[in-house]
Write a protein that binds this ligand. Structure first.
Ligand SMILES: Nc1ncnc2c1ncn2[C@@H]1O[C@H](COP(=O)(O)OP(=O)(O)OP(=O)(O)O)[C@@H](O)[C@H]1O
Ligand SMILES: C[C@H](N)[C@H](N)CCCCCC(=O)O
Ligand SMILES: [Mg+2]
Length: 227
């Protein structure tokens, strides 16, 4: 069983978009795959419970299915930093709780579990802990989604530096074209390639529908897929 933690250079950079594309890629190649969104903030009431859009999207892109609470066990209504949402709801998120939920999703038995983070790499879950502490403790390899826009060089290099300092393995990165009007896309991609000590796995083009990943060999190797 393989797990990957999908982080991003920021919130709203395409972690869910890329997670769904990776899940679909795995499905197309007859791998069993499930998405996991342990912590979500930003949800609506539906079917008598709170549901988050990211979790619904990754459920739809997975070919292994489980109840909503298994896919997204921690969910808050306001679209704010999760530790603040938890505080407002009189709750506290902890690594112990995350371990429990992670065990449950792994017991579903998919070959691949893609865990989508929340926000960027350094996301507080309570007064003293970060989601990144949990990823490090569980030794889940990280895939970084870079939202390709002006400013992404700084965000990417700082994130890579943090991963390295914390001793967390980054198995690769995905360039996500979130801004169709970005100047010098290719030159920025090249600047990142030169400076990132992990392989480029794929490029996700700007597309509102029927998006497809431009796949690199590092991705097929990572997912043990022969094209
Ligand atoms: N390659 C793309 N082409 C077109 N639109 C995109 C692309 N990637 C992301 N988007 C859009 O940008 C917005 C943010 O993407 P997404 O929700 O995947 O970000 P996120 O990093 O998962 O955010 P969050 O931190 O809230 O989980 C969404 O509306 C999504 O449809
Ligand atoms: C509401 C948003 N879409 C995400 N679900 C949560 C983003 C938290 C970001 C925290 C921060 O780094 O400031
Ligand atoms: Mg998301």
């Amino acid at each position: 069983m393989n797990s990957f933690f999908i982080t991003g250079t920021d919130t709203e950079v395409g972690k869910t978009h890329v997670t769904c594309l990776l899940l679909k890629f795995l499905t197309q190649h007859k791998r069993s795959a499930i998405g996991f969104k342990p912590i979500a903030a930003g949800a609506e009431e539906a079917f008598g419970q709170l549901v988050n859009e990211d979790a619904l999207n990754i459920m739809e892109s997975s070919n292994v299915h489980a109840k909503y609470e298994i896919i997204n066990p921690i969910c808050f209504e306001p679209p704010i930093a999760p530790h603040i949402a938890a505080q407002r709801a009189g709750k506290e998120i902890s690594q112990i709780e995350l371990n429990h939920h992670y065990k449950e999703i792994l017991s579903v038995g998919a070959e691949f579990t893609l865990v989508e983070g929340a926000g960027g790499w350094s996301l507080p879950i309570n007064d003293t802990e970060y989601l990144s502490d949990w990823v490090k403790a569980r030794e889940i390899p990280v895939i970084l989604v870079v939202g390709m826009k002006l400013g992404c060089l700084n965000h990417t290099l700082l994130t890579m530096q943090a991963l390295k300092t914390q001793g967390v393995k980054c198995v690769g990165w995905v360039a996500n074209e979130i801004d169709p009007n970005m100047s010098e896309f290719e030159a920025n991609l090249e600047s990142l390639k030169q400076r990132i000590d992990a392989p480029l796995l794929a490029v996700a083009p700007f597309a509102k529908s029927k998006a497809k990943l431009k796949i690199y060999k590092a991705l097929t190797d990572l997912l043990t897929i022969k094209l």
